[in-house]
Design a protein around this ligand. Structure first.
Ligand code: SF4
Length: 374
């Protein structure tokens, strides 16, 4: 089934869109409100549950809309560790969503937050060299409904509410701008999923023009940058996107963001031995972070057998961190592997789609290590 002939997902619709449907059906406005309540507050998974709507209305709705558009195909991990959900989409493709238990080091900084790392695209066009999501290229954008449904599916399965969201799963969220921002509006709304805007972080590989656009977005979401290199020469080895939007352009957009928004920025920086872990890089990074008031999350690379890149030694990681903190930059170093945000996000989907023959095995498969999404 192509995305074009898919019934529309109610989870991706705003009340005014639902009201327009009811007006078209010649139904009173209060029926639209009832439907919004079934979809979001009551999380109805089928039209049969919507008992206060007339049967004929439910049947009419069922010909055009769906309450759910994906299924959980696989879950790995357990309740007290990071859990990865492989979700099968209506067109047979897969995405991943990662539920991270309370961890004080993560975004938001409080220990009782359950964080969900969501995907925004099937595949990714940006080919960051540490990431599984980009290995088989870009397939398609997720719809707003598919983004919202990741939260709904995981909450129903886990039996708990998610209170922190990071757009760090598969895909570059700012390359799917309209669907991602619509999903954020639905996720934030009182009539919708009700997650505070300050508890949502969009992580980008550095699409400078879209960062400028996002600075006008009214909700007070947070922004994280997958930086991974403090100079163009180093960053280009890790992130090909830097050839299109170099650091000068990126930092101009970040200064613009700072001038218009109050939220702190976060830089994600995967430390890779002899690639970006020199103290010179640390010094340049410190200067850049101070310049735009950014916090830095250092993530030691997970070494994979057969690959040239290596995790730096712990003394080197500590020395790098030390340069940042002595320069007055707020920085964290996350050593624990299991809790790395979006750890290896994209791997499950890649394995599943390769096994099913949906995509050809992207070589070198062993390159897969950690996805920082976006
Ligand atoms: S890190 Fe993000 S932008 Fe880069 S390839 Fe992976 S999903 Fe795409």
């Amino acid at each position: 089934m192509s995305i074009a002939n898919t019934p529309q997902a109610l989870l991706g619709m705003k009340p005014e869109e639902i009201a327009a449907v009811f007006a078209e059906l010649g139904q009173p406005a209060f029926r639209a409100k009832q439907l919004v309540e079934w979809v979001f507050a009551k999380r109805a998974a089928s039209f049969d549950e919507m008992t206060n709507l007339p049967k004929a209305t439910r049947e009419a709705l069922a010909t055009r809309f769906v309450t759910r558009s994906m299924q959980i195909a696989k879950v790995t991990g357990s309740a007290d560790t990071t859990r990865k959900f492989l979700l099968k989409l209506h067109d047979g493709r897969y995405v991943e969503t990662v539920l991270i238990p309370a961890n004080p080091a993560l975004y938001g900084g409080k220990s009782d937050r359950r964080t969900l790392c969501v995907s925004s695209q099937v595949g990714c066009a940006y080919d960051c060299k540490f990431c599984a999501s980009g290995l088989a290229g870009f397939t398609r954008n997720l719809t707003a409904g598919e983004i919202v449904e990741q939260i709904v599916q995981v909450e129903a399965h886990a039996g708990e509410r998610v209170d922190n969201l990071v757009f760090m799963g598969m895909g570059e969220p700012l390359a799917n701008y309209s669907n991602v921002t619509k999903a954020i509006e639905i996720l934030n709304a009182d009539w919708g999923i009700g997650i505070g805007a300050r508890h949502m972080t969009v992580s980008t590989s550095g699409l400078a023009p879209q960062i400028k656009k996002l600075a006008d977005f009214p909700l007070q979401i947070r922004l994280a940058i997958s930086l991974h290199g403090a100079t163009d020469e180093v960053r280009e080895k890790i992130m090909p996107v830097n050839r299109k939007h170099n650091l000068a352009e990126l930092f101009e957009a970040l200064e613009d963001w700072n001038a218009r928004r109050k939220q702190f920025l976060t830089f994600e920086f995967i430390l890779i031995e002899n690639i970006n872990d020199s103290l010179d890089q640390a010094r340049v990074l410190a200067k850049r972070a101070r310049g735009v008031n950014a916090k830095v999350n250092l993530i030691p690379y997970n070494t994979v057998e057969g690959l040239p890149w290596v995790r730096p030694s712990e003394p080197q990681q500590d020395a790098f961190l030390d340069v940042l903190t002595k320069a007055g930059v707020t920085a964290t170093l996350r050593r624990e592997k299991g809790h790395d945000i979006a750890a290896a996000c994209g791997q499950l989907r890649l394995k599943q789609e390769t096994e099913l023959g949906i995509i050809e095995s992207p070589i070198p498969a062993k390159r897969i290590t950690i996805g920082a999404g976006g």
